[in-house]
Design a binder for this molecule. Sequence first.
Ligand code: SFD
Ligand code: AMP
Length: 619
Amino acid sequence: MSLPNTETIECDLLIIGGGMSGCGAAFESKYWSGDMNVVMVEKAVIERSGATGEGLSAINCYMGQRYGWNTPEDFVKYVVNDMMGLAREDLVYDVGRHVDSSVHLLEEWGLPIWKKDNGDYERIGRWQIPIHGESIKPITAEPARKAIGQENIYERVNITHLLTDANDPQRIAGAIGFGVRENKFYVFKAKAVLITCGGASNVFRPRSINEGMGRTWYSVFATGAAYGLMIPIGTEMTQMEHRFVPTRFKDGYGPVGMWFQYFGAKITNSKGEDYTVTREAELHKYKPYGLVVPTPTPLRNHQMFLDIKDGLGPMYMGTDKAMQKIAGGDPKKMRKVQEEAWEDFLDMTISQALTWASQDIRPELTPSEVVLAEPYIMGSHSGESGAWVSGPEDLAPSDYFWGYNKMTTIKGLFAAGDGVGAAPHKFSSGSFTEGRLAAKAAVNFLNDNPEDSTLNDGQVASLRDKIWAPLERFEKHKGASTAEEVNPHYLTPYQGLVRLQKIMDEYAGGTSAWYTTNKPTLERGIQLIELLREDLNKLAARDRHELMRCWEVVHRTWVGESHMRHLLHREETRWPGYYYRSDFPDLDDSKWRVFVNSRFDSESNEWELFTKPYINLIE
Ligand code: SFD
Ligand code: AMP
């Protein structure tokens, strides 16, 4: 089986991933880049790709500065507290001070935002505004496509590896991948690269397995590529031990924010108790964070978790009581609230509306079960994993600054959205904003560093062999058994994925382990994931779709290993409700109010873990 042809594309700036942050980057780059050549590569099609492809029902990051709702300073304080004391204040502030203008742009481009009678935006919570958001992604993609031009957008091309410079392995030179629908390699030679390829679902075994597999809260297409591309070339990562465990409607994974904040619903256990009341004392153990309003997301989980652990489930979201209270007996008002309830899910998580329909649930009459879902590794929602990036020049202290806003520790490699660590609560609007900021900084970098990068031909040739190997392995060995899925010479990407998920679930504090782990368990898990990483060299693919699945499981495995190594390093339980270290059950500000960072060295196959200071900037 011969290798397919290679198309080489040369550009100044390469944007990998056309999701929220990628589209923001493409749009913004047009404004600053003059005659520079900006190219975007996306594994799907940008009108429906990424986490917002299915739509959203709210913009969860909006300051409302023009209404006097919040300042960026308020936002920083909220985010740091929600992260139990650990977030990069320079990066969070940077998003906060620019995000409103991004939201106004989205509205200008056609995003319908709910309005009050006086024309002001409707509000859900302190930072959240409701939208009719089914089409948020095509609305975001259109200006991005127009900005850099159709001819500069490569879709259905899956990027598998980053390329480093032949003369300097600490400098970026481009990326390599293959066409999912055509027999072709793509080599992108670039002077600067911006990683905007999303967070990671399906690293942990999801609650929905077998017949339900493919249903998770975060997009199943979020395969950890941002991390899986950056880690192998030695990019410094931060807070990879962090995770987001979302409280979600059971089985359909419907989000709860709108229910808590807009409808004013409450969750009660089987005895009818509200854990936020009965478990209030628990918050005092986590002073000062636990006593701030709103209660940090992990601690809200923690309170519910204690009920579940005590056998007090099922937990029910009282949609019925909430809707009846709003309607107050008025059928017209009830009709409106019914529409809003169904739209919340039809706009964003259609599976939840289907779950209601298939279980004969009328939310105005019947409460719905909620659960704590499996962990997700991400940097844009209530999770803060990602690359350690330079902060903005006017805000970042010297420990956090090395030249260009959002540049990673690899020269010329930038990140945004889920790819940036220690800067959470960006959501859709903040990720779009961070993409814009990163693109602007990348253009600055290109102005200062106009010289060409140099591809390492040996690196490219060996990667081409490696990328294609699963297809060749299948062809070579496919006759060795009757069933293609059972073969002594290879494992399928699905088999690789479930093996990863089993390790993560059992050793890294997944749902079956009650989110709990300890040093010996993590050490054993790391041994097992190292073996898995070796065995992934024996992946086989029947077609290019499975070839993409192969590289997705490789990316997810990098995420899993990095997550476990970070979990092992942080000897405390900083985020109860997200995970518990049974050997270090307490939060320890005296030693651990620091960021945990890591670097992988591909030469020695070793990981280095160390800490970086948390610096308070906003009083
Ligand atoms: O209710 C490659 N999010 C919500 N944000 C909000 O503002 N409001 C909400 O209501 C939100 N909620 C929500 C959200 C997400 C999901 C799935 C649900 C509900 C069900 C979060 C946002 O969506 C999220 O924060 C941003 O989208 C993050 O942006 P970004 O740019 O970091 O990631 P992306 O949009 O997923 O884009 C990634 C792109 O990369 C592509 N890609 N391309 C080439 N090669 C590879 N190897 C690639 N790997 C990935 C992807 O295809 C994609 O286009 S609620 O729960 O709070
Ligand atoms: P979710 O639907 O859970 O993804 O949450 C959407 C938004 O609402 C996010 O900004 C959450 O942080 C926020 N949120 C969800 N539940 C609560 C709550 N009980 N109190 C305060 N904020 C919440």
